[in-house]
Write a protein that binds this ligand. Sequence first.
Ligand SMILES: Cc1cc2nc3c(=O)[nH]c(=O)nc-3n(C[C@H](O)[C@H](O)[C@H](O)COP(=O)(O)OP(=O)(O)OC[C@H]3O[C@@H](n4cnc5c(N)ncnc54)[C@H](O)[C@@H]3O)c2cc1C
Length: 313
Amino acid sequence: MAKILVIAEHDGATLNPSTAKCVACAAQIDGAEIDIAVLGSGVAGVAADASGLDSVNRVLTVDNDSNDPAIAAIWAPQVVALADGYSHVFGPSTAFGKDLMPRVAALLGVNQISDIMSVEGPYEFKRPIYAGNAVVTVKAPAEHPVIATVRTASYRAVDGGNSAAVEDAGVDVDLPSHTRFVELQTGASDRPDLQTAAKVVSGGRALASEENFELIYKLADTLGAGVGSSRAAVDAGYVPPETQVGQTGQIIAPDLYIAVGISGAIQHITGIKDAGTIVAINKDEEAPIFEIADIGLVGDLFSIVPELTDALS
Ligand SMILES: Cc1cc2nc3c(=O)[nH]c(=O)nc-3n(C[C@H](O)[C@H](O)[C@H](O)COP(=O)(O)OP(=O)(O)OC[C@H]3O[C@@H](n4cnc5c(N)ncnc54)[C@H](O)[C@@H]3O)c2cc1C
């Protein structure tokens, strides 16, 4: 029987929804027994959240000051110790998981499977390649633990309502000292996080300046949406890099995605393939974004966006 350990992503206070999506992926494996590992410092609240997730058998906590903030180099040997006896270890395909899981795989001497988008069997998974233009089926050898990241945009979070047992895992391993936390630099924003926002408004190169991006912020605030961007807008310095959506940015799956002045390059589309309804505003009716848009508005964004914002206010 598959025994799966999911590594919880959290900020010390709140469980990131990516964890519930990893559990949804793990639950696709027939008869899987699913535990969640919560590493951190003072993680009782996060562990309680994790124990509420459907399909979870146990929550294992590793409460240690060295685990806060989360540094992949320090977490990895502890995850390896926890992995003993598990057939699979899953983490989210977020910046957190992409940092941690390859280290876990390397320490265990196995290959990592990246971006699981569906489970075909306990050791067989589908994952996207070539920026999502093709899907490949990967078979992992059953004699080694499967270390994998889960493409969170492909899964809906499992529901709550469970009350799994919470246990102290008591891991005792030597922690590396070569990597230490210096400082976290992040663009503070009250807007919804891109990964979890139900609605996202993104702007592209067409906005032409940081000041003009105010139009995107206004529309987003009117809708209660997160703010995204194309790489061209980031490269031009109109918006910070954490807003970038796409192959080298964030892969997101909001219910509503509004692309404003974005052409629809394949690298951008990769980031929004799983969005519910896609609305595109572009003055070029031939723009590739219209090929995937559910609703297209052809015209000048500088008149459409203010009109739309006013109409929705
Ligand atoms: C390896 C690699 C990785 C990449 N990763 C990413 C990624 O993660 N995310 C990403 O977004 N890109 C990525 N790119 C870049 C990508 O190829 C495109 O260059 C980029 O997405 C283009 O951004 P854009 O649509 O804002 O700009 P453009 O392609 O310049 O499009 C601007 C659009 O705005 C429209 N427009 C202009 N003026 C107006 C107006 N007044 N009103 C309405 N519409 C108007 C134009 O018709 C045009 O369609 C990557 C590229 C490479 C090579």
